[in-house]
Design a protein around this ligand. Sequence first.
Ligand code: SF4
Length: 61
Amino acid sequence: MGRQAFIDAARCDGAADCPPRAHCPAGAIFREEEGPYFVGPGCLGCGRCLAFCPLNAIRLV
Ligand code: SF4
């Protein structure tokens, strides 16, 4: 199985204008109401989101 992005909920501030979400080609970054974001099963493992997170909350696992 390929790698997937993982968002550290302790680092993510759940900002409404999340840059990684805006740049994810798969639309795989979600959140529940005001909580932190998480990565869904549609993640392609491309790693694009990592460069856009200002809080360094995303890594590939
Ligand atoms: S690794 Fe790629 S597909 Fe997966 S959440 Fe990040 S930008 Fe989206």
